[in-house]
Design a protein around this ligand. Sequence first.
Ligand SMILES: [Zn+2]
Length: 86
Amino acid sequence: MRPCDRNVAGLTCLAVMADLSLYLDHDLPDARAAQIEAHVSACQQCASFGAAFAELITQVQERLREPDPVPADVESRLKARLLVRT
Ligand SMILES: [Zn+2]
């Protein structure tokens, strides 16, 4: 049996991977979310993968929420450049 075919707490790792994104978005029914939590708490492979995946999602969401601050002088420098060209 391959590691990803392991059945822990009634779910295979493949099933957990398939629902991981929905789980992190809180889009799963409570019963399904509880099954995934039970699996992950007993499955080191999914726990480490899930943690890395969740970290990535969190970073992307933070990136989307908070765009890099634009230095205050960028706008005036851009305008100066554009004015030089025209
Ligand atoms: Zn697993």
